[in-house]
Design a protein around this ligand. Structure first.
Ligand code: HEM
Length: 393
């Protein structure tokens, strides 16, 4: 039997839908948008095993082109590690990791603090606003611009195209044009950095040489797109989902204001409880395999629900109770295995600075809607709220 997921019941309470699946059909056949059939893994142990199973691969060199982008541009922006299997994956990841180092990320701390401060200043005095629109959404794009070395005078255009490329809903219809514009800009930026390198990640990626090997033009442009997309919506929702959970039960907000030492474990708990990447990107089975006692044929599309795995009672005592000080089994919100999130240290740093800023600047922050009005965004990939109206600004 195939279930159509992600309808209104799911959007009101995805945790409840996954709870039933884990109990009744932990490897579940689902129909995704566009009629694609997939096998969805929902338990923690099965998820972790699947993420390191060499029989589950990306398979296609390029993900499907669903947005109607010209084929040559589509191919030029999808030559990146997240769509590659070893040995291509190993090579791409090595070349990018050589310059996307902990030192580079740590060096961004003062700029992220400044960028956060500017956004918080602009919110001051608004009274009420959507915290996603005013804060959680703009911050990660500003940080990625900084990381890549987008010159200040280009930041507004870069932000506008990036907003369109990464935004959900009806604005996505405008995306193909934005993808083309952004691709053109990225090519131009690469040419400029080649002539006049700076102290940024893009210049770093241009300089990396490994036994004579280096990133090609398409691989560079693709990696810029990957960083933008993988680093944006995810971080938006870590900040917004976490802020929602702090305000939903306001004692949490008060507790975290008083006990800042809990912030690191609180961020891990937000990642576990409301994993922004709801399901992994797809895998394809290269051979028949058995997952959680269910036979999956060769050639099947397999998805792993990180959100569900992270709520599995077999691994987390009292999983539906959010505890700011929780320790124990690490979550799978950043994935596991060879595709483990390359940007995890940056995401954690951004979240630390963002929550510190909110807690310091807006002690009276409150939710400006009732939980009954809350809706989660549709779709299989991202777990995030449509909006987060707050007061106390
Ligand atoms: C991969 C989650 C932020 C860059 C992944 C994967 C997950 C993930 C689950 C693996 C997907 C799969 O196996 O199908 C997250 C979350 C974030 C976040 C929850 C924020 C809270 C970032 C940031 C960056 C980034 C800020 C960089 C700017 C990447 C890259 C990959 C990746 C490059 C591909 C790694 C590979 O294929 O080897 N991320 N991510 N991510 N992420 Fe993140």
């Amino acid at each position: 039997m195939t279930t159509t997921l992600y309808g209104p019941v799911f959007r009101a309470d995805p945790h409840a839908v996954y709870r039933t699946m884990r109990e009744e059909a932990p490897v579940h056949r689902v129909e995704l948008a566009g009629g694609v059939e997939a096998w969805l893994i929902t338990r923690y142990d099965d998820a972790k095993a699947a993420l390191t199973d060499p029989r589950l691969v990306k398979g296609v060199l390029h993900p499907p082109n669903r947005m109607g982008i010209p084929a040559d541009v589509h191919s030029a922006i999808t030559h990146h590690m997240l769509s590659a299997d070893p040995p291509d994956h190993t090579r791409l990841r090595r070349l990018v990791s050589a310059t996307f180092t902990p030192r580079r990320i740590d060096a961004l701390r003062p700029r992220i603090t400044e960028l956060t401060g500017e956004l918080l200043d602009a919110m001051h005095g608004l009274g009420e606003a959507d915290l996603i629109e005013t804060f959680a959404f703009p911050l990660p794009i500003a940080v990625i611009s900084e990381l890549l070395g987008v010159p200040v005078e280009d930041r507004d255009s870069f932000r506008d195209w990036s907003n369109l490329v990464t935004s959900p809903g009806e604005r996505r219809a405008e995306s193909p044009r934005a993808v083309l514009a952004l691709h053109g800009y990225v090519q131009e930026l690469i040419a400029r950095k080649r002539k006049a390198p700076g102290d940024d990640l893009l210049s770093g990626m241009l300089a990396v040489r490994d036994d004579g090997d280096r990133l090609t033009e398409d691989e560079l442009a693709s990696t810029v797109f990957l960083l933008l997309i993988a680093g944006h919506e995810t971080t938006v929702n870590l900040i917004a989902n976490g802020a929602y959970r702090l305000l939903e039960t306001r004692e949490r907000w008060v507790e975290l204001r008083a006990r800042r030492e809990l912030l690191p474990s609180a961020i891990e708990e937000f990642l576990r409880f409301d994993s922004p990447v709801q399901t992994s990107t797809h895998r394809v089975s290269t051979a028949p395999l058995t997952i959680g006692g269910v036979d999956v044929p060769a050639g099947a599309t397999v998805l792993i629900s990180l959100l569900s795995a992270n709520m599995d009672g077999a691994r987390y005592p009292d999983p539906e109770h959010l505890r700011l000080s929780r320790t124990g089994t690490p979550h799978l919100a950043f994935g596991h295995g060879i595709h483990y999130c390359l940007g995890a240290p940056l995401a954690r740093l951004e979240a630390q600075i963002a929550f510190t800023g909110l807690l310091d600047r807006f002690p009276e922050l409150r939710m400006a809607f009732s939980p009954a009005e809350l809706t989660w965004r549709p779709g299989a990939l991202i777990h995030g709220l449509e909006a987060l109206p707050v007061s106390g600004l």
